[in-house]
Each structure stands twice: as structure tokens, then as C-alpha cells.
Design a protein around this ligand. Structure first.
Ligand code: NI
Length: 386
């Protein structure tokens, strides 16, 4: 009897719990990548390599010639102190798998185990990419693409356990799924002085407040209402402890999220126009930096179709839903520059069990039934690919 995802279900959960207990930050996934490589090594039949210091790639050559399907999992954790009370909480203070990447890693290990045992039946190649550093720009995906992990790949898929989606449901969508997460800093340069004598100053706090308010006009008044964009100011820093000193400088930081590349390219100019006008109106100056983050995740229609077939084959048609796009970012988009690909959401929420916290929350958790579903979809995708 060939093994199935059911045969590895408990093991996938135990892998996830092991990884959850031992989280590592982006670019520091030393023990995680070693665990992945050693676990893969036990399956047999895989060509395992280390495309970067803390990532792992495994190639599975089928019994017959054919095309190459890549599957990606991210393996890094976040600088968050876990507040969960289950018996596999993080053993590293201040570091936590609060996004579900422990589950992604475990699911892909499970799929690799099942598919390695069925190698003779497979055509072409299945390539498993365990990627470091999804959480910190520039992200590990770019580095792995440069290292050649996508060479010869015809199609790429990747999953995210998804807390907004009920466990048992899987979201697939062609087209725009996740946004480009760009970042800006704006320094307002005024002139400091005594709080009782504002006429002698250019009050950077008052100007910064106007800038923050007016920046909301960028999306509200300059972007097509039918397009999608969000601008959030997430940091404001200025002044000291003194109540009677007007500071000469205030720093603002924030993020801009878009799907469309033309709009994305236009945003810095729209922002700068507002900042320039508001600061000059008040006699202040400014400095601005703008950093482009990951590209948007735009799913290929053919790849999304393969995923839909895999979901229906693995879990039945009731499980399949149209994914709701999100303004969150994902460096999975780096792989999509090299081959058609699709990213999908595996529902991990369970109201009855109280598993409702959002990603990056200190009590984030996933319904572990989702791990089995994700494993089964990866296996089914490899089968549908033949
Ligand atoms: Ni994530």
C-alpha cells in the first residue's frame, strides 16, 4: 500500500509542535534548517541541498520524465513573546512562530515524505523549497531565486495557514492576492524653541500632525476608488520629555500597500507632493526615503486552476472557496517572477476552540486539523501535475 497524507498526519503535528517550541528569527534559522534537512534525509530518494546558510531544497525525481513543480514553505519566526499556554509554547523568550510558518514547514515535510515514498509513480520533478526569512525585507525568496532554486521550474505553489478563514476551507484565487508592502520615512525639519514662544519656532510637531492628516488624502482623493491602496502612518517620533520645548524635528514612518504596479510606482510622487506642500506652507522642510518591498502576489490562472483541482481532490468541493485578497505582503512573489505560480490560504481558524487571534498576535494559534489538509493539498497537487 502506498502511504497517504493520513499516514503522516500525527507526525506532521509533532513536527509542527517541535518547530513551534524552537522558533528562530529570520536569517537565523540554523537549527530549524538543520532539522528540516535531517528530517528530509530520513525519507530517502531526495536530493537535498542548502541554497543558503539557513534554507533547504529537496528535489524528488519521478520515475518518468516530465515537468518540474516547486512547492515552497517559509520557516522563520517573529520577534514576539508568546503568551499561549499550551504545552509546546516557545522555549525562546521573545521569539515566536506567530504567523504559522511552523505549520507550513511541517505540512511540506509531510508532503515530501508521502511523495518520496511514491516516487516511482511520479512524472517529472517535485522540488521542495524550505525558505528562510520571509518576515524581513528583502526576504529570503529573492536570495534563493538568485541561488538558482527556480531553475528549470515550470510551476510554483505555496500556502499560508490563514487565521481569517475557517478550518476546513481553502481559499484559491487567480490574479491579485497579496499587496506590495512598501515603506516610507518622512522627517519634518522645523526649528525648535520655547513652547511659550511659538512665533520664534517652526513647530515640527504641529506640521507633522498636518502631514499625517493630509497623507490620508493620497488614497482618498488621488487613487481610483475601484483600485486598491492603503497608506498607514505607523510611527511618529519627536520631542523629548520637556513639556515646554518645541522640537525642531519629527520622524514619521509608515507603509503603502498596492496591487497594481503602475499605481505602486506613482505613490511616492503623490506622497511627496503632499509632504512638500504642507511643510512649505508652514515654513518647514522635509526629507523622505521610500523603500520598495516585495512585489505583489499575482496568481497565475493556470496555477490557481491546478490548486482548485488539488483542493477538490484532497478535501472535496465544499472546502474550496474564492480567496479574499489581502493588503499583507509575501515574498512568494519573487518565485512568480521566474515561473507561473499560485499562493493559497489554508483555513486555520476555529471559533469553538477559541483559535481566533490574528497573525502576529502573541496568542496566535492554528487549528492543527489544517496541517493535514495542507499536506493533502500538496500531495494532490503533485498528483494532478502528472
Ligand atoms: Ni506569514
Amino acid at each position: 500500500m502506498p502511504i497517504t497524507a493520513t499516514d503522516v498526519r500525527d507526525q506532521v503535528i509533532s513536527w509542527r509542535r517541535h518547530l513551534h517550541r524552537h522558533p528562530e528569527l529570520s536569517f537565523h534559522e540554523t537549527n530549524t534548517s538543520r532539522f528540516v534537512a535531517e528530517t528530509l534525509g530520513g525519507f530517502g530518494g531526495l536530493e537535498i541541498s542548502r541554497p543558503s546558510a539557513t534554507s533547504v531544497m529537496a528535489r524528488l525525481k519521478g520515475g518518468r520524465p516530465g515537468r518540474t513543480l516547486a512547492m515552497r514553505a517559509d520557516i522563520d519566526a517573529l520577534p514576539i513573546h508568546e503568551k499561549n499556554a499550551h504545552d509546546f509554547v516557545s522555549s525562546s523568550p521573545g521569539v515566536m512562530h506567530a504567523c504559522g510558518h511552523d505549520g507550513h514547514t511541517a505540512m511540506l515535510l509531510g508532503a515530501a515524505k508521502v511523495l518520496a515514498a511514491r516516487r516511482a509513480e511520479l512524472a517529472g520533478e517535485i522540488r521542495f523549497i524550505f525558505q528562510h526569512a520571509e518576515e524581513i525585507p528583502p526576504g529570503g525568496a529573492e536570495e534563493l531565486v538568485r541561488a538558482g532554486v527556480m531553475e528549470g521550474v515550470d510551476l510554483v505553489i505555496g500556502a499560508h495557514l490563514w487565521s481569517p478563514l475557517q478550518v476546513g476551507k481553502v481559499g484559491v484565487k487567480a490574479g491579485a492576492l497579496m499587496a506590495a508592502p512598501d515603506a516610507f520615512t518622512i522627517t519634518i525639519l522645523g526649528s525648535g524653541g520655547h513652547a511659550a514662544l511659538p512665533q520664534q519656532t517652526v513647530d515640527s510637531i504641529a506640521v507633522a500632525a498636518q502631514v499625517v492628516t493630509n497623507l490620508q488624502h493620497v488614497v482618498a482623493r488621488n487613487v481610483d476608488p475601484l483600485a486598491s491602496a492603503v497608506l498607514s502612518v505607523t510611527r511618529i517620533a519627536g520631542g523629548g520629555d520637556a513639556y515646554n520645548v518645541i522640537p525642531g524635528r519629527v520622524e514619521l514612518g509608515g507603509t503603502v500597500r498596492t496591487f497594481d504596479e503602475t499605481l505602486r510606482a506613482e505613490m511616492p510622487r503623490l506622497i511627496e507632493r503632499i509632504v512638500s506642500g504642507v511643510t512649505s506652507a508652514h515654513g518647514a522642510r522635509f526629507e523622505m526615503t521610500y523603500e520598495r518591498g516585495y512585489r505583489p502576489v499575482i496568481n497565475d490562472a493556470g496555477a490557481a486552476d491546478l490548486l482548485r483541482r488539488a483542493v477538490v481532490a484532497a478535501l472535496g468541493s465544499d472546502a474550496l472557496v474564492e480567496a479574499t485578497p489581502t493588503m499583507g505582503g509575501e515574498d512568494f512573489s519573487a518565485y512568480q517572477q521566474k515561473a507561473p505560480g499560485a499562493f493559497f490560504f489554508v483555513g486555520a481558524r476555529c471559533e469553538e476552540s477559541g483559535i481566533v487571534n490574528p497573525h502576529h498576535h502573541e496568542c496566535f494559534d492554528v487549528d492543527e486539523r489544517a496541517l493535514d489538509y495542507g499536506t493533502r493539498i500538496f500531495v494532490a497537487a503533485a498528483e494532478a501535475w502528472r
